[in-house]
Each structure stands twice: as C-alpha cells, then as structure tokens.
Design a protein around this ligand. Structure first.
Ligand code: ADP
Length: 174
C-alpha cells in the first residue's frame, strides 16, 4: 500500500537522514527565511554555490518547478529546491502549482536515484497557503505519484508546527 511508505514526523527537516530533503525555496534560489534559511545555515555555503550555478544556467526556478543541489553538511545526500506558490486567494492556480512542487520534486528524486525523500509543508509559512488545503494537496499528490513507481521507498512529511502535524496525521489515518 502506498500509505505504508508515507510517514508524518514533527521536527526539523535539516536533521533528516534521507536521500533528499526538499526545500521550500523562492524563485531567486538565493536563500531566504523559514525552512530555506535553516537549510542554507545548517548545510553551509556549498548549497548556495550550486544554486548560483543553476541561476547562471537557467536563471532561477519557476513556481512549481524543482532543481537539485548538493546537501553540503546536511546528513541528506541532496537538497531538492522547489518554489511553492504565494497564496493569492486561490484563484491564481495556486492548487495546481503546489501539486506541481510535489510532483516535480519526486520526479527529480527518481532521476537521481533517491529512494527516501523528506518534504516540509511547502507554502504554508510566509507564502500563507491555507494549511488544511495544502496538506490535502500534498498527501493526495504524493499518494498518486507513489502509486506509479516502486522506486521511491519512503516519503516523510516533516511538520514544524503542531497544526500541520495534526492535519497530516488526520489525513493519513483516514
Ligand atoms: P514558504 O515560503 O513556502 O511558505 P516557509 O519556510 O515560510 O516557506 O514555510 C514553509 C513551512 O516550513 C512552514 O510550515 C514552516 O513552519 C516550516 N519550517 C520552517 N522551518 C523548518 C524546519 N527547520 N524544518 C521543517 N519545516 C520548517
């Protein structure tokens, strides 16, 4: 069952020992606050160096897309940077863009032979996506992706706050 491969954790994504952790980045790829700040702080300058190379090559990252870099000093092997949508009332394609973040991150993980991957609650911080709707999109998109491949063995949803943690717990036990 695909749900057997999904786990909900409350904690700090920078501590996760997995093949890839996902960063809720911004289009500049030059770092920011929240989970992005934590990943660059703990991972060290090698991550930003890789980001700069990507920017030189393709000029940043569009909303819903994903790019991959080293994980520097983090215990993970890679960081997959994806750019969540900024919530703008829900009529600007935010839902589809958020689903694309999860889909494109998993596709990139597959391409790089990652079998274990950890996600933060993309867009639910300063980008203000409603948490319940974001959790529902995240879990449905991941379940759908896992149903189409055997290569991904484990997906962790790493929740930083209690509200997200409870939402994910409820959705995945239903
Ligand atoms: P966004 O701009 O996509 O909203 P934020 O970083 O502001 O990105 O928030 C995304 C989510 O990441 C929020 O739910 C926030 O609580 C969470 N978060 C912040 N720091 C960490 C961390 N170290 N590990 C996991 N999640 C984190």
């Amino acid at each position: 069952m695909v749900t057997d491969k999904i786990e909900v954790i409350k904690g700090d994504i920078t501590k996760m020992v997995v093949d890839a952790i996902v960063n809720a980045a911004n289009t500049s790829l030059m770092g920011g606050g929240g989970v992005d700040g934590a990943i660059h702080r703990v991972g060290g300058p090698a991550i930003l160096e890789d980001c700069r190379k990507i920017v030189a090559r393709q000029g940043g990252c569009k909303t819903g897309d994903a790019v991959i870099t080293t994980a520097g000093n983090l215990p993970a092997k890679y960081v997959i940077h994806t750019v969540g949508p900024i919530w703008n009332g829900g009529n600007s394609g935010e839902q589809e863009k958020l689903a694309n973040c999860y889909r494109n991150s998993l596709a990139l993980a597959l391409e790089h032979n990652c079998h274990t991957i950890a996600f933060p609650n993309i867009s639910t911080g300063v980008y203000r996506f409603p948490k319940k709707e974001a959790a529902s999109i995240a879990t449905n998109t991941v379940k759908q992706f896992l149903a189409g491949t055997d290569s991904i063995k484990s997906v962790l949803f790493v929740c930083f706050d209690e509200e997200n943690y409870q939402l994910y717990k409820d959705l995945l036990s239903a």
